[in-house]
Design a protein around this ligand. Sequence first.
Ligand SMILES: [Ca+2]
Ligand SMILES: [Ca+2]
Ligand SMILES: [Ca+2]
Length: 704
Amino acid sequence: MNMRRLLSFVLGLGLILGSTVLLGNSSANAAVLSEPSYLGKPVVGLIIKYKDGVVPVDFFGNQVAIDAAGGKLTKGVDVGLGLYSASFAKPTDEKTALAIAATLTADNRIQAVYLDHFLSSASFKAVSPKLAVLKASSAPTGLTIKDAWSSANPSSPKVSLSWKEPTKLNGGVIWGYRISKYDSASRTWFDLVSNTKSTHTALNTSMFITAGENSKYRVAAITKTANSKYMAISAYSSTATGVATAIPQAPFLSSAGRITSATPVVTWSLQNKIDKGGLAVTYTVTATASDNSSATCTTSSTSCTLSGLQSGLNYGVQITATNARGSSTSAIVPETLDPMLNMQWYLSADHGINANDAWKVTKGSPSIVVAVIDTGITSHPDLDANIVTGYDFISNATNARDGNGRDADPSDPGDWNTSKSESSSWHGTHVSGIIAAVSNSIGITGIAPNVKISPVRVLGANGGTEADIAAGINWAIGVSISGVPTNQYPAKVVNLSIGSSSTSSCYSNSATQLAIDESKRRNVTLVTAAGNDNHYASGSYPGNCFGNITIGASGYYSDRAYYSNFSYYDSQRAVYIGVDISAPGGDDRAGSNLPAGGEIWSTLNDGKTGPGQPTYGKEEGTSMASPVAAGVVALMYSVWPSLTDDQVWNILSSTAKPFDSSSDCTSQMASATLTDGTVINTGFCGVGIIDAGAAVAAVVALNK
Ligand SMILES: [Ca+2]
Ligand SMILES: [Ca+2]
Ligand SMILES: [Ca+2]
């Protein structure tokens, strides 16, 4: 949260959520802070602030003052800025940790002690409602499915489901229905709608539907007692299967590049029935020259030959696929040959950040470094050329999975979790590609494909400790950390795609807040994810610290992504607090017929546990929105490296695009004043969606 950037009188609002626990020690004047408050989350260690002039490690290599814990603490690591961690042998509860911390404060060499917890990457986890027991009704019957395509929304496949009420209600009344869809890829059923809270026996839906693909459904009835105290769910009905249709997808040109022959053969990838929207398709290829002369050919095959082209002219080629529902046209083969550009809707002017206009000015400067504080990095042909020296700050070897504590190799060994059946996320690799995948002839392009990424590894198998995260930020911005080589590539931009899944506060003088304060002093912009809890962003740490820019996630239709945290309205002060600005983070509700299904396409690795082969894939989250913003800020610094952090925010916020007019983000806007005096409107999802083209143009104008 950085409303402090907007209005000075909201300083200190970080204390609204959670509570400060002060166990003052009068003789030493030290304080223990439960920081942030995790509502019972285990404590992995302490972060100790020694008084000025105290060296945390003595002549014999022992950490000063931790003996008072009676052997429960082991020596930690330097966090920077006068902070040093200490670890518990195994995670302990907050009450015990606070008691130990209170003991330490008796030592007059210690100024303050903070509790350290694990934070995790900002990934979304759905929670199913629990239903108590009541004798269930019989299953609904007569389920049917029909194609419900509508010319009002031709690219969106839709089906219409209808069914009959259960014949036996067993003393309950209908409260709603649960509609379940079969996922043919994983061969499992999932709940499309957990409950309709309605007695209606029909549903029109476009969720998770792919045109041309069989969609299979079943439905169960949820009944309640008259007093609503008990609920029950019936068995599922018989299944029904149908096929939805839509306009076809734009084909991929495989003969990309400029046309030099007078009779070129243009080829494109074979489309399957899904690509074709479930219907027969014809293709029209158009080649347009710089003098606007053009040639076309039409076929139902996968190649055709253009004729009549003139030698000496460069042509841009486009292909249109048409079926009975309508047509889709590919982008003109762009100057860069990254073939997956058309998966990257988040770069477009219509749905994303308008990257093309920014790229007319800059694709980034190699002297600008973005530090990605994350799970580390994997080797990838679309990333390697832009990776500069990073560091591995994970101090606990078990969490690190590379056999040791801190070391110079930030390679990501994987964060798979066998007990939760979770494969490795390769989160840092995905985030890095969004910012700076190389513009070349393969894969995708980053938003700032000419800047450099410094991978700073802080998230391991169990997430990352605040001590390691703060140390990572400090090192990234050039603060010296004992035992770690000086950073030769200090960052201008720091990306933190990290969030706490439970409500927590950011206190002044916490390790992370001190690191952010130092970032601002050094004119480094720190960008954070708002969190994915569909709740107040002011409760998600470290996004709720002061001075950073906190990013909410938008989807394909310029609305808030369903999981994205949001601002709350402080009616007394008439300001919104929480999310500063939004950027595309993906929203899979938009429909699987869209590029990347409406999610964010970037670099990945195919390893289930340890690293395998480089690949690409889609993800959604404020974890993805934050690097979109970081990439745009990197473009701004590339134009003018001496821009101040405040100028970055003033420009980003005053050039932001409005949300879609039907979006819940546009309601109840309130005005706020920037440090340069500009008055802007802000609301539920921040000031708007980041516009890279407008932001870069404003930097150019400011620098004139
Ligand atoms: Ca290590
Ligand atoms: Ca390592
Ligand atoms: Ca590329």
